[in-house]
Design a protein around this ligand. Structure first.
Ligand SMILES: NC(=O)c1ccc[n+]([C@@H]2O[C@H](COP(=O)([O-])OP(=O)(O)OC[C@H]3O[C@@H](n4cnc5c(N)ncnc54)[C@H](O)[C@@H]3O)[C@@H](O)[C@H]2O)c1
Length: 350
């Protein structure tokens, strides 16, 4: 687990801090005593975790585009980061089909620009690029992917993240030979404060709040679902460990235990049980563009090299997500609820 002794007082530049994962990351970094410098576009949804939990009050925040290299450089110089976490992205598969150009520009050139800042404005002690488990060529054999397998995501979103991996590898070989630079390939995350379209748990919450059944497009799809705190603490563990030992730089899968790779239908079932009255689902045939039906990750490397172990099983992750959403509906202080879940998870070691 990430330690206060490492992160306290560290200057952390985080792109994508106004997003779902970025906002949770800001809250964890605040608990760790770090100084966070966030750079991203406006929150991608309304409502957003960023606004609901007042994340702008716990970090230095800049509204900017990762495609705008001069502006990013200016912010980077101001932040003088010890740690860089690159999360900003166009992260939705279906939007990638609708707008491949923006998806590639953001996810590929955004990565180039962040790495270019590090190359020209000062190398941080530790840099992590967040990609996804969808970076692999997926023949749907069901065999869990290892980090050495070919990168060739199918659709524009997945493929742009494969490209982001390749860009990072090239910069590492060409410019950052002795530096601590890694990529992290996490699976689907769930958690309070995700208001994104076309994601299963936010869809379930919206439907339950409206008192109608959620429609499942691909109830048989198997995905490595995890609570958002799992990959975020794994990211921070990688950052801390590679900073102490640069030979740990590389690529890491981040996912749940094998038995927690469940189908979308099973996840919806768990959601309905946790939500209680008013939650239900129906299944309809797949009407959308191609999305992988079977995706499993081998997490042996991060367990062995970094010492990361998943903590919350999938049912607990669903329960915590429902707890967060119902607290929000009840008008609670959502920064406090978010902090409480971070502490329950044990995400911060003194
Ligand atoms: N949510 C998941 O299940 C999941 C799974 C695997 C990987 N990821 C990756 O994690 C990261 C965060 O995902 P999320 O779910 O929090 O997404 P999100 O949509 O909630 O947040 C995306 C963030 O990127 C910012 N952004 C988008 N385009 C930008 C641009 N051109 N310039 C600057 N900022 C820009 C947004 O403003 C926002 O802050 C992404 O890189 C995503 O690919 C997410």
């Amino acid at each position: 687990m990430p330690s206060r002794s490492f992160f306290s007082g560290k200057r952390v530049l985080l792109t994508g801090h106004s997003g779902f994962k970025g906002s949770w990351m800001c809250a964890i970094l605040d608990e760790l005593g770090a100084d966070t410098y966030g750079y991203s576009l406006e929150p991608p949804t309304d409502p957003s975790l960023f606004d609901v939990a007042g994340i702008g009050d716990i970090c230095t925040t800049e509204t900017g585009d990762v495609r705008d290299l001069p502006k990013l450089k200016e912010f980077y110089r101001r932040a003088r980061p010890d740690v860089v976490i690159h999360m900003a992205a166009q992260p939705i598969v279906r939007i990638g089909y609708r707008d491949p150009v923006t998806t590639y520009e953001t996810n590929v050139m955004g990565t180039v620009n962040v790495l270019e800042c590090a190359r020209t404005c000062g190398m941080p002690d530790s840099l992590l690029n967040i990609t996804t488990d969808k970076v692999y060529r997926n023949n749907e054999t069901g065999i869990p992917f290892r980090e050495t397998e070919p990168l060739d995501g199918f659709d524009p979103y997945s493929n742009s993240k494969s490209c982001s991996e390749l860009v990072t590898a090239s910069y590492s070989r060409s410019f950052f030979q002795d530096a601590a630079v890694s990529t992290a390939r996490a699976g689907n995350v769930i958690g309070g404060g995700d208001f994104a379209p076309d994601r299963i748990v936010p869809d379930c919450i919206r439907a339950a709040m409206a008192g109608r059944p959620v429609v499942l497009r691909n109830p048989g799809s198997v995905r490595p679902y995890q609570h958002v705190l799992e990959p975020l603490t794994a990211y921070l563990d990688i950052i801390e460990r590679q900073s102490e030992d640069h030979t740990l730089s590389g690529s890491y899968n981040v996912g749940p235990l094998e038995e927690d790779c469940v189908t979308t239908g099973q996840l919806a079932e768990m959601f309905c049980t946790a939500w209680g009255e008013g939650a239900s689902y129906i299944c309809e045939g797949d009407s959308g563009p191609h999305e992988a039906g079977l995706l499993r990750l081998d997490i042996a490397k991060i367990r062995n090299d970094i010492g990361f172990e998943p903590r919350w099983r999938v049912r607990e992750a669903v329960g915590k997500t429902v707890e967060w959403a119902q607290s929000w509906m009840d008008g609670e202080d959502m920064l406090e609820r978010t902090r409480a879940q971070i502490r329950e998870y044990g995400a911060v070691v003194r």
